[in-house]
Design a protein. Structure first.
Length: 255
């Protein structure tokens, strides 16, 4: 009887040790799972902060190309179809993916737009600059295989005689990078003058790939003035690839 009791006690202890070992094993696996999950979450981008992260870009100044970085909080992210139909003075960034705007985009003040790699911004009724305003366009420095950011701006053809609405981009424009396509409507230029007798502002294309087209049935320049308008100062830099086609009724390519 005593021997049987001793065997029973030893068996119970062995079972207890086995349970303790199992508990330790489960605890270790649980800790490893939690740690892996925490590391994975740390590597994922934060969905709650749309403008998180640095954006590097190039610009031309004093005869040299320079690199600059904009950090979170220094720019506004354009990531919605109807975001920021009116751009006020400041910095804006278009992140990767396609963003379309079905209304005329209006620029007030000095606006700086950075197109990140893989981004596509489609301004379906063009971009209009208010008097005294300017628009500067940059592309993110491309360190990988993603395509350069794109901007498409096609002027609208309103029923009214508001010719300022008809250029792809109308006003003082400086382009440092990106793939840009602009087309005018109603005798307007692709980039520049907004319609018949529409004068252009200062246009500087210092980098990027840019295509400007006048209205297919009009007199607007590809880059320059609207039909019978006066062209402002136009500068095309050595790093720029430019294609310009005048309107179908005899508009100038550039001018």
């Amino acid at each position: 009887m005593i021997l049987e009791n001793l065997v029973a006690i030893v068996g119970d202890k062995q079972k207890g040790f086995a349970k303790m070992r199992m508990a330790r094993l489960i605890w270790k696996k649980s800790c490893a799972t939690v740690l892996c999950g925490a590391m994975l979450c740390a590597m994922l981008p934060s969905a709650g902060f749309a403008n998180d992260g640095d954006v590097s870009y190039e610009y031309y100044e004093d005869g040299n190309w320079k690199t600059e970085v904009k950090s979170a909080g220094e720019y506004v992210v354009i990531d919605s179809v109807m975001d920021y139909i009116e751009w006020e003075s400041g910095w804006y960034v278009v992140r990767a993916g396609e963003v379309g705007n079905g209304e005329r985009t209006v620029v007030s003040g000095d606006v700086h737009l950075i197109l990140m790699n893989g981004a596509e911004l489609n301004c379906r009724k063009g971009i209009q600059l208010n008097s005294g305003s300017s628009l500067s366009i940059y592309s993110e420095i491309n360190a990988g295989d993603e395509p350069v950011g794109k901007l498409t701006a096609v002027g609208s053809s309103p029923a009214s005689d508001d010719t300022g609405h008809r250029a792809g981009i109308g006003g003082d424009v400086t382009i440092f990078g990106g793939e840009i396509f602009c087309q005018g409507q109603g005798r307007a230029a692709g980039i520049g003058g907004g319609g018949m007798e529409g004068d252009s502002g200062t246009i500087e294309i210092l980098g990027g790939t840019v295509e400007g087209r006048g209205d297919d049935l009009g007199l607007g320049a590809g880059i320059g003035s609207g039909g019978d308008g006066n062209s402002g100062n136009i500068v095309i830099g050595e790093r720029a690839i430019v294609r310009a086609f005048g309107g179908g009724m005899g508009g100038a390519g550039v001018g």
